[in-house]
Design a protein around this ligand. Sequence first.
Ligand code: G3I
Length: 336
Amino acid sequence: KDLIPIKDVYEDYFLVGNAVSATDLEGNRRELLTMHHNLATAENAMKPAYSYNDEREFDFTEEDELVEKVLEEGLKMHGHVLVWHQQSAEWLYTDENGEPLSREEALENLRTHVKTVVDHFGTSVVSWDVVNEAIIDNPPNPMDWKASLRQSGWYQAIGPDYIEQAFLAAKEVLDEKGWDIKLYYNDYNDDNQPKAEAIYQMVKEINENYAAENDGELLIDGIGMQGHYNLNTNPENVRRSLEKFISLGVEVGVTELDITAGSEGVLTEEEAVAQGYLYAQLFQLYKEHAEHISRVTFWGLNDATSWRADQSPLLFDRDMQAKPAYYAVIDPEKFI
Ligand code: G3I
C-alpha cells in the first residue's frame, strides 16, 4: 500500500499501461491496476473474434462493459486489435471449405470490420493496434518487406496491401469524424534486427506513399514494440530497434512488456535480480527516448495471471507483492 505509484514516477515521460480482463477491475486487482497505471489495453476482449455473435452480427456487449469500467476508473484505453491472424473470425477471409475468399469479398469484410469497430468505440480509445504481427520472425530478406509477410488468412485472400487497406479504412473514419486517435502497427520479437528492418521498411513505404498524396501526413502514426523479452534479451538490440523506428518520425509504444525468468513459477533470488536489472536497463532507455514514446504497457498485473505465468515475467508476484522488478522500474539508476 505504501508503494510509489509507477504512473507518478513516469508522469512527465509517458503513460503507464497494463493489460486488463474483467477480473482486473474488481477487489485488490482493481486497486493494483488503478494505483500504478493510467492506461489499459483489453488483454483479449477487443480482439476481432469477439466482435461478433454466432450469427456473424456485430455484438460489443462485453467490450462495452469493460471499456466503461476502465474509463470510470479514470484510465485511458488503448484499442487492441483490429486485424490479426489469431483470435479472429475466420469467415472474414475464408469460405466454408477453409479456402481464401475472393479479394473483393475479403476486402469488403476487412473494411467493414475496421470501420465498424473504430466507429463504435470512437474516442473511448486514444489509439488502436490496427494491424498486429504481420511480419514473420527472422525474415531472410528484410529489405523486401512484402516477402517478409506472414501468410495469414487476410494475406492469402487480399495480398500484401491488406495492411495498408486496414489503415486506410481506419483513417477514413477518423477523418470523417475529426477524431484524433493514433493508428499503430504492433509486433513482437521487436529486438530481432531482421524483423525490425522489415517492419521499418513496411511502415516507411506505406507512410511515404500516403504522405505523397496527403500533404505529408502519416497514415501509420506509431509502431508498437510488444516487448515480450527474456533474460537473454540484449537491451542494445532493443535500443537499435527503438531508434530505427523513431527515425521514421512515428511515435513508439511499448505495448506488451514482460520479461520471463525462472520456470514452473519459481524464481531464484539471482533470477529475480537479473530480471530487475533488465527492466531497469529498459526503463533507462525508455526515459532517454521518452519524447517519442507514448506509453509503456505491461502485459499483466501479476505473475499468477500472466499468459506466461510459469516464467514469472511481471513486477508483482503471485501474492501481489512487489518484486525486485518493481523497484527496478521505480528507480532504474539506483537499481543498476
Ligand atoms: O475464452 C476461452 C474460454 O471460453 C475457454 O474456456 C478457455 C479454455 O482454454 O479459453 C479461453 O480463451 C483463451 C483466451 O486467451 C481468453 O482467456 C485462449 O485459450 C487463450 O489462448 C488466450 O490467450 C491469449 C493469447 O493472446 C491468444 O493468442 C492471452 O490471454 C493473451 O495474453 C495473448 O496476448 C497476445 C496479444 O494479444 C498479442 N501479442 C502477443 C500476446 C501474447 O501471446
